[in-house]
Write a protein that binds this ligand. Structure first.
Ligand code: FAS
Ligand code: PHB
Length: 399
């Protein structure tokens, strides 16, 4: 079946869904195709923290009703190391900026509900997605829908929002793309537990046995992570072993980690990855399709939303004949992407123990943690990056 739309969007994650909504608000029609089911996309456990800027973006798009009711505003985090737990006060260090705990699952549910309520064209459960004719003025998005009908959709533009393992970035000719990648020698084992959090704000813990993070989803559901080997087998991590290891890494006199039923557990590999440019002809990449950060800096979801905040107005202008913003899209996003990539690498290497590393690594990490916890300048650097570093206008001549 042959059809037409202005913007073809691949992927119903936060990037694709938000783009579809922002375009609709500006009268631009789109077709969004997703390989997974709606239920799968809504249940996929991922990020948990929204920067100030992401909350504002969702509010201004009319998507923050439940977020404002259920989101938990946090004014800081704790760094735990060498028997100490020190608070980093974001409000004090950044002149009032905070973060909000509101899970990516909830952001995706809100976005899908709004797109469907607005009769947005969102196709779940598709197969055989292809993008072609990208360097022409009429790129094509092809897919087979859940009923088995093959579609060829002629578009003015295609947005590749299909994540790290999607098909859009690989559709760009190798010679047109530069990539940078770093894989880390560890992974995160994450659990969702039906137990009230044992802390009021997130705890990032450095420990000789490895990193641990105490996050949360609500005042009754906790989200915790444990550094494990990159090839760790989840079957070797029964719940009691996970709780025992978490208790060990968060141990502090007079404090107890509350335990409870584990509702979900999974292992996530860790990498830093950037690809540039984020545009090829009439294909624009956004979110994980273009870049990946280790989750230690709580940046992945926020970067995806920030890319789309730049892409939506750029596409609206392009479709009205003005290519200025679209020509700047990649450079504008990459400036922020590299800042977040560095910050996520910095948090990761400061807090995780490399397998086989000598004691020198531990001493250097502890020195850095003591400096961050005691120097206003160093703590401010962490606070302004964690809450969302406002990128100044693009430096002239940057890539
Ligand atoms: P997404 O990956 O969310 O969405 C891409 C969508 O495209 C998916 O729904 C996929 O099914 C679909 N797709 C792929 N190929 C397709 C095709 N051929 N055709 C159609 N659809 C296709 N970030 C944090 O900040 N904190 C965290 O704790 C954290 N934990 C994470 C855990 C895991 C396991 C992963 C993978 C990521 C995690 N992230 C975390 C990062 C994560 O939140 C991403 O940054 C965020 O999902 C990016 O959103 P999108 O760019 O929309 O990509
Ligand atoms: C989460 O709540 O899932 C979360 C929070 C902060 C991170 C990573 C994950 O850095």
């Amino acid at each position: 079946m042959r059809t037409r739309t202005q913007v073809g969007i691949v992927g119903a994650g936060p990037a694709g869904l938000l783009l579809s909504h922002l375009l609709a608000l500006r009268g631009i029609d789109s077709v969004l195709v997703e390989i997974r089911s709606r239920e799968y996309c809504e249940a996929r456990q991922r990020a948990g923290v929204l920067e100030d800027g992401s909350v504002t973006l969702l509010r201004e798009a009319g998507l923050a009703g439940r977020l404002d009711r259920e989101g938990l505003e946090h004014g800081g985090i704790y760094l735990q190391f060498d028997g100490e737990r020190r608070h980093i006060d974001f409000r004090e260090l950044t002149g009032g900026r905070t973060v909000t705990v509101y899970a990516q699952t909830e952001v995706v549910k809100d976005l899908i509900a709004r797109r469907l309520a607005d009769n947005g064209a969102v196709e779940f459960g598709v197969t055989g997605t292809e993008v072609s004719r990208l360097d022409t003025g009429q790129p094509r998005l092809s897919y087979t829908d859940a009923s088995g009908t093959r579609h060829d959709v002629d578009c003015d533009v295609i947005a590749g929002c299909d994540g790290f393992h999607g098909i859009c970035r690989p559709a760009i000719p190798a010679g047109a793309l530069t990539t940078w990648e770093r894989e880390y020698p560890y992974a995160w084992l994450g659990i969702l537990a039906d137990v009230p959090p044992s802390t009021d704000e997130l705890i990032y813990a450095h420990h000789q046995s490895g990193f641990a993070l105490h996050s949360l989803r609500s005042l009754s559901v906790s989200r915790l992570y444990l550094q494990v080997a990159p090839d760790a087998d989840i079957a070797q991590w029964p719940d009691d072993r996970i709780w025992a290891e978490l208790s060990r890494r968060f141990e502090l006199p007079g404090w107890t980690l509350q335990q409870g039923p584990v509702l979900d557990k999974s292992i996530t590999p860790m990498r830093s990855f950037v690809s540039a440019p984020m545009r090829y002809g009439r294909l624009f990449l956004a979110g994980d399709a273009a870049h990946i950060v280790p989750p230690t800096g709580a940046k992945g979801l926020n970067l995806a939303l920030a890319d789309v905040a730049v892409l939506a107005p750029a596409l609206v202008a392009l479709l009205r004949g003005d290519d200025t913003l679209a020509a700047d899209y990649s450079a504008t996003c990459l400036s922020r992407v590299w800042r977040s990539t560095h910050f996520s690498w910095w948090m990761t290497t400061m807090l995780h123990r490399s397998p086989g590393a000598d004691e020198m690594e531990a001493q250097l990490q502890l020195s850095q943690l003591r400096y961050v916890a005691s120097s206003t300048a160093a703590a401010t650097s962490l606070a302004e990056n964690y809450t969302g570093f406002a990128i100044a206008s693009r430096p002239s001549g940057s890539a």
